[in-house]
Design a protein around this ligand. Structure first.
Ligand SMILES: C[S@@+](CC[C@H](N)C(=O)[O-])C[C@H]1O[C@@H](n2cnc3c(N)ncnc32)[C@H](O)[C@@H]1O
Length: 246
């Protein structure tokens, strides 16, 4: 059983249909936002149930019954970094309908990350996009936004909104705003409803193609001498500027 389990979890890390969820907080959010679990394992299911009673009473009662008990050695073999809470799960990734999301008439913005490289950053962007109630988070480039390190960085909030990798941003009737240090100063009135808010890659910023295509460029004002903010920090500033004004 141990070897099969190890292989299943290792395969799941690379399976585009599945998501690996590491740790109690990620599992809590995943379940709260409707994740369909394939399997879950824990070193101490009773301790997990106690955590749920303390931190997520909405999920308490029956959580221990949903996880299989494994030993600490097996847990260490199925994840690169053992979560302190000793629980790991596999869930099905919800399918994101990008065309339907772009067509959605609701006012919430979509976050577009151009070619993000750092999994911790991607996770932090998903987390803040979920908290601000953004309509979706889309990424371009070669990095899968559902990679387990990103899901961990997002505390499992990938299940709270559509998160998908796309080749390029399809045409739509949404305003496209380039969030770029060279733009006009950020003000709530400069964030129209239904905007696609595009953020650039960590080292080089937004591509020339995106900047040309954008309807406007918006900058987060900074103290003289500071070149830029961290990617996830800038996503947080812009999304909460929109949220607090709406
Ligand atoms: C680490 S920054 C990239 C830095 C890059 N050297 C540049 O000048 O754009 C990553 C992304 O965060 C956003 N960003 C960071 N600081 C910003 C600011 N002050 N105003 C607007 N966007 C900012 C932009 O979308 C940027 O492409």
């Amino acid at each position: 059983m141990g070897d099969e389990l190890i292989h299943r979890f290792r395969r799941a890390r690379r399976d585009p249909e599945l998501a690996v969820i590491e740790g109690f907080h990620a599992l809590k959010h995943a379940l709260r936002f409707g994740a369909e679990l394939v399997e879950a394992v824990a070193v101490d299911p009773d301790a997990l149930e106690a955590l749920a009673r303390d931190l997520a009473p909405d999920l308490a009662g029956g959580l221990a019954d949903r996880v299989e008990t494994i030993d600490a050695e097996t847990l260490a073999a199925i994840v690169p970094l053992v979560p302190r809470t000793g629980v790991v799960a596999i869930a099905r990734r919800p399918r994101a309908d990008v065309a339907a999301t772009l067509a959605d008439p609701g006012p919430a913005p979509i976050v577009l990350l151009e070619d993000p490289r750092n999994m911790g950053n991607i996770g932090a962007c998903v987390r803040v996009a979920a908290a601000a109630d953004a309509a979706a988070m889309l990424t371009t480039g070669e990095h899968d936004p559902w990679y387990p390190d990103a899901v961990r960085g997002a505390a499992g909030l990938h299940f709270a909104l559509p998160v998908a990798s796309i080749e390029t941003l399809p045409e739509s009737d949404r305003p496209l705003l380039a969030i770029d240090p060279e733009g006009e100063d950020l003000e709530p009135d400069r964030l129209p409803p239904r905007a696609v808010l595009a953020f650039g890659t960590e080292r080089h910023g937004l591509s020339g193609g995106l900047l040309e295509r954008a309807d406007a460029r918006i900058a987060i004002p900074m103290r003289a001498g500071v070149s830029s903010l961290n990617l996830a920090t800038s996503v947080a500033v812009v999304l909460f500027t929109w949220r607090l004004a709406n």
